[in-house]
Design a protein around this ligand. Structure first.
Ligand code: SF4
Length: 197
């Protein structure tokens, strides 16, 4: 008997492990949302909007939360009733509406820690750096296959210059900041992100 014959394929075990971690993170999110008197979708949308002080479109918020536009619209109505979110005319398109968090909404959103924080806390600095590179890579692949809403990551940013000084600890360059960056500096949700597409 050898373990190659009795072990499930690597990708299946990895996917299984990630599913379990996602369930824990989701549960922590639900607990935080419930404590703030919000549904998980309302909490998702509030956090998304609070991270975009210039305003976020309803369609983008719905895609981020993984719900239909009508469901997102109901969640936004509930958030408006609770004075956590307001609708404004979008500065870039007078006919469209943008969502912005109120001061109260920002306070509520900032009080939540990331649901994955206790999960990654058990990893060393080097392991976290390695994992960050892999997570960014997975997000990029999902974006290329259009399986995830557009994310504000370095690898899809027009300011990102990838691997311009290979073999160094900071092989990449951010033209916005004007500084070299390493894998450990990659951002998953950068406020200065501008799509390269
Ligand atoms: S602007 Fe932000 S997302 Fe773009 S390359 Fe620089 S750090 Fe990354």
């Amino acid at each position: 008997m050898n373990f190659d014959q009795i072990t499930e394929p690597l990708d299946l075990r990895l996917a299984d492990g990630l599913t379990r971690l996602a369930a824990v993170a989701r549960q922590l999110d639900w607990q935080a949302a419930e404590a703030a008197g919000l549904s998980p979708t309302q909490a998702d949308i509030l956090r998304f909007v609070a991270q975009r002080p210039a305003g976020a479109r309803l369609t983008a918020a719905a895609a981020h939360a993984g719900v239909r536009k009508a469901t997102a619209s109901d969640a936004v109505t509930a958030l408006e009733r609770k004075a956590l979110v307001r609708k404004y005319a979008d500065a870039s398109d007078g006919r469209a509406l943008a969502l912005k968090a109120t001061a109260k909404g920002n306070r509520v959103a900032q009080a939540w820690s990331s649901s994955y924080a206790p999960i990654v806390a058990g990893l060393s600095q080097a392991e976290q750096e390695l994992l960050l590179g892999l997570v960014v890579k997975m997000i990029r692949r999902l974006q290329q296959r259009q399986l995830i809403a557009p994310q504000r990551t370095c690898v899809s940013c027009r300011h990102f210059r990838e691997n311009v000084t290979p073999g160094t600890s900071t092989p990449h360059f951010c033209a916005f900041v004007g500084a070299p960056m390493g894998e450990r500096h990659l951002r998953v949700d950068c406020a200065e992100h501008e799509s390269a597409a």
